[in-house]
Design a protein around this ligand. Sequence first.
Ligand code: SD4
Length: 294
Amino acid sequence: MTIAMIGTWRMAETGITPAMAQLRQGKSAGDALVTAIQAVEDDPFYQSVGFGGLPNAAGVVETDAAYMDGDTFQIGALAGARDIAHPIAVARALSQEPANNLLVGPGATEYASTHGFPLKNMLTEKAAKQWAAKRQELTAKDLNPYDGHDTVGMVALDAGGHMTVGTSTSGLFMKRTGRVGDSPLPGAGYYVDSTIGGAAATGMGEDLMKASLCYQTVQLMGNGLSASEALREAVYPFIARLAALGQHPREFSYVALSPSGDWGIATNVEFSFAVAQDDGKTQIYLATPNGDHP
Ligand code: SD4
């Protein structure tokens, strides 16, 4: 049986490499996914996910994350969550609840603390300094406050053919308190069906959530399209539609994986991503803004 993982951005490699070792030892797609995303959340070098993520306008790190099981369609997610060290692990726990699967703000923190998940101040000194500098710049000039954001989104396939998908992000730098992006929203930010495949998104949540392109991609794969064909057919016409409406579509990037190990991406910006298959070696690719890559 094939095992595989695909993840958004170069940072995914940090997590995919140890997670692939687990998949090779027969661990589940759920365990591997949490291992992979948690490794990125723990690394303060990545300033758009977990610890060290860039804060909102009030100087507080608020995270969005989600987990989905492709065998059962169980979903767990949290949004605008504070002080949760490992949002992806909490999202997975929420996916196993019979209800209350998407928690926001204080509810998410309370769930994490009462279920034994570590709490942590997610703001690093470095991120706090960047926030203070940006505050000054913003009052001085009319700049776009939302530069500097990325989600880690991953799809995992284990040796039993089970698939999972997950996302984790601190969202947009300088976002409003309580702002939620696409990452915790099923269909828009992620989707997986183990019999067909999975997809995850990164980019400007306000645009990504205008359509359920991850869901649509998986359905198109179910109609027989490859991961790459399905993404192209779902994503590019929608971007064109927004443009035709006179909007200026911002960043849209997607990864997808099928249970046979077939994978693909679509993007309208320069986009790095990481892929690993049976041999466990993680390959990093860089795609051009029309989705071409080596
Ligand atoms: C959000 N989609 O919160 C996330 C951020 C992101 O590349 O992925 N940026 O809107």
